[in-house]
Ligand binder design. Structure first.
Ligand SMILES: *Cc1c(COP(=O)(O)O)cnc(C)c1O
Length: 363
């Protein structure tokens, strides 16, 4: 028998969430963002879930893009970080990949590559995120390059929001975007792509329009991009459910402690359930006492420090629970967002950290 831990990936939920994202984006087309192995859900599995409905797939690594092509994916594939070496460009041409271009020098490399086809590109503008992208000062050089370049095909402008989920919002970045396009006549005809999940849901004006592509990520996987609005209230369904079982029970007296460092000390007689799930499975080690967990369909709380292969929970108020009881760490019945918030992180990180050793089942 393998350890009882499992991650169940709900392909119908993935599909539901994709269709919801596209519906919220009006007439825009939607890249299914499947970077980081589809946020831990498996890039080929996600491709099966979205395959015939997705307008395109966005990711980072060329080998993943090739795996999608080999699996029969025909839609456009966008490389969100672009290419890393000039030799990547031949692969972009061969496999029909659309690289993001975020530095002037990359346009020069593209010109020098003398490819047999023109490559569609996503030209990344830095409108305030200050991570990647071309600045206003670099625009004249970019326009000269674009005019001279025989290897560039269709151009789409892309920018990324830093605070679409926060108070500062996006208006300031839209102003910068508009300013960069203001005296650039060719740009008026370029399609653009701005909205991530948070913007699709909270700033739909950035997501709408026929000449627009949106880039939903976390919402596809049933996580909320917001601290103050749950995934369920947004109509999203959890795609990943992490379950395991109780494999041991200890009855301890007041004053006794649990786990490494003795971080939890019982104040009352306590039944401690030991769950086969630890940080080597991807559960966050920094999840404190009181992180929600579901045992036998009832909510309780973790206690003590998470170890590599196990964690403990309080069964004192669940007298029927014992060895073999089903445990949900997150997913159906316990939003990953709540577990993440308790652990001081976001569901993105929980999903991406799912360890390779956890068997995945589809359902
Ligand atoms: C990851 C990523 C997205 C998706 O963001 P979510 O917050 O998960 O929706 C969109 N665009 C770019 C450029 C990204 O890197």
């Amino acid at each position: 028998m393998p350890r009882p831990i499992r991650a169940r990936i709900d392909l119908a939920a993935l599909r539901h969430n994709y269709l919801l994202a596209r519906e919220r984006a009006g007439g825009a087309r939607a890249w299914a963002v499947v970077k980081a192995d589809a946020y831990g859900h498996g890039v080929l599995r996600a491709a099966r879930a979205f395959g015939d409905v997705a307008d395109g797939f966005a990711l980072l690594d060329i080998p993943d893009a090739i795996a999608l092509r080999d699996a029969g994916i025909r839609q456009p594939i966008l490389l969100l970080e672009g290419f890393f070496e000039p030799s990547d460009l031949a692969l972009c041409a061969e496999y029909g990949l659309t690289p993001a271009i975020h530095r002037v020098e990359q346009l020069e490399m593209l010109r020098a590559a003398a490819l047999p086809v023109r490559l569609p590109i996503y030209l990344k503008l830095n409108t305030g995120m200050n991570r990647l992208g071309i600045t206003a000062a670099q625009l004249p050089a970019v326009r000269r390059e674009l005019a001279a370049n025989q290897t560039v095909g269709a151009v789409t402008l892309i920018t990324h929001f830093a605070e679409a989920d926060g108070e500062r919002g996006i208006a300031w970045q839209l102003d910068n975007f508009a300013r960069m396009r203001a005296d650039w006549p060719e740009a008026a005809a370029y399609p653009h792509s701005m909205a991530n999940s948070a913007a699709i849901l909270r700033h739909p004006q950035t997501a709408r329009g026929e000449n627009t592509w949106v880039r939903p990520g976390i919402m596809l996987y049933g996580g909320t991009p917001f601290a103050d609005e749950s995934a369920a209230s947004l109509g999203l369904r959890p795609a990943m459910t992490l379950t395991s079982r109780i494999i041991g029970v200890q009855e301890i007296a007041p004053g006794e402690r649990v786990g490494y460092g003795g971080l939890f000390e019982a104040r009352r007689p306590t039944r401690v359930g030991t769950v086969a799930c630890g940080y080597a499975d991807g559960y966050p080690r920094h999840a404190p006492d009181g992180t929600p967990i579901v045992v036998d369909g009832q909510r309780t709380r973790t206690i003590g420090r998470v170890s590599m292969d196990m964690l403990a929970c309080d069964l004192s108020d669940l007298p029927q629970a014992g060895v073999g009881s089903a445990v949900t760490l997150w997913g159906d019945g316990l939003p990953a967002d709540e577990v993440a918030a308790a652990a001081g992180t976001i569901s993105y990180e929980l999903f991406c950290a799912l360890a390779r050793r956890v068997p995945v089942v589809e359902g």
